[in-house]
Design a protein around this ligand. Structure first.
Ligand code: 9MR
Length: 316
């Protein structure tokens, strides 16, 4: 009897998401500014075996003026990961947002030089502590055409391969990803992404993974998500769910839990889907303020989604 009680107690103490993350990693976007909030850092360390800096490695934050790097906040996250045996996804090298003013006024060769220098310096600084980098982020429009951005407007598509080459030269061990949203199902945007990855692979560009951000809402989980993931892994790249959150969308928390479960199962069902990262685990600090999309509420109470993710992880 005593043993059973002990076991039940131990079992409940040990029940954290990362304990079941065997086939895939389970991560969260984190911000070091919240680490002073004890509940935040406790849950982050206990539940996840991967983290992504939510903002701290973005260009405007990490190199706000030319050559003056502000590594501190990103380093805090890397130290946290090392302390708690977590891997780190680096986010993000080339994006149309968070471009500092000193960069956005440049063009042509000057811009190109600065782009290569930024990637080389940042990736070299964190070499050995980053499992994967989001090298280019959100380069497509919804219709599959290329997004108008500083990068595309100056270099057409050549910046993509150049960015991957520079990152690979700086850290040959990091997995290099292209990352985007609204590409979870088969549509014009994911078709364009697929064609690009295929082309980059055929050109020998060092691309190793595709990140599916997966910002979704209850009732809108694509039924062909797993099939879509699998067509990418067939190209010889890993896939990962990189920024998962699921808006409750007027539905119950149980419905939200079922949606989380479905997404985890979709990843688990595809060989080469290496992990799932939630874009912030608590509603307290989520970028989504108009709805509740995270597995933990704003008082750090686990919603049914947490048990559902845990159960889904145990399936494989
Ligand atoms: O969650 C991030 C938010 O705190 C930032 O203000 C915003 C702009 O940098 O970026 C958010 O994260 C985005 C991510 O970097 C890329 N995909 C979309 C995410 C949500 O907007």
């Amino acid at each position: 009897m005593k043993l059973i009680v002990l076991f039940a107690l131990f079992g409940s103490i040990a029940a954290h998401l990362r304990d079941h993350a065997n086939k895939i990693y389970i991560g969260s976007a984190l911000a070091p500014s919240h680490f002073t909030d004890a509940q935040y850092s406790t849950i982050a360390a206990e539940e996840f075996n991967s983290l992504t800096p939510e903002n701290e490695m973005k260009w405007a934050n990490v190199e706000p003026s030319k050559g003056k790097y502000n590594y501190g906040p990103a380093e805090k996250l890397v130290e946290f990961a090392q302390q708690y045996d977590m891997i780190v996804r680096g986010h993000t090298l080339i994006w149309h947002q968070e471009v500092p003013d000193w960069v956005s006024v440049l063009s042509g060769d000057d811009l190109h030089e600065v782009m290569i220098d930024h990637i080389t310096t940042l990736v070299t600084h964190f070499k050995g502590s980053i499992y994967a980098w989001d090298v280019v982020n959100e380069i497509f429009n919804e219709d599959g055409s290329y997004r108008s951005s500083l990068w595309y407007n100056n270099f057409q598509t050549s910046f993509i391969a150049d960015a991957f080459q520079a990152a690979a030269a700086a850290d040959p061990s990091a997995k290099l990803y292209i990352n985007d949203y609204n590409v979870e199902y088969t549509n014009a945007k994911s078709n364009a992404l697929y064609n690009l990855v295929k082309e980059l692979k055929s050109q020998g560009v060092p691309i190793h993974g595709v990140g599916f951000q997966t910002h979704l809402a209850v009732g809108q989980i694509p039924s062909d998500f797993a099939t879509n993931l699998a067509r990418f892994t067939a190209l010889g790249v890993d896939v990962a769910i990189t920024e998962l959150d699921i808006k409750q969308n007027g539905q119950s928390q149980d419905a939200q839990a079922a949606a989380y479960s479905e997404v985890i199962k979709d990843c688990l069902s595809v060989n080469g889907c290496v992990g799932v990262t939630i874009w912030g685990f608590t509603d307290k600090y989520s970028w989504i303020s108009s709805d509740t999309a995270c597995p933990w509420d704003s008082n750090y109470q686990a919603k049914p989604a947490v048990a559902a993710i845990e159960a889904a992880l145990q399936l494989m």
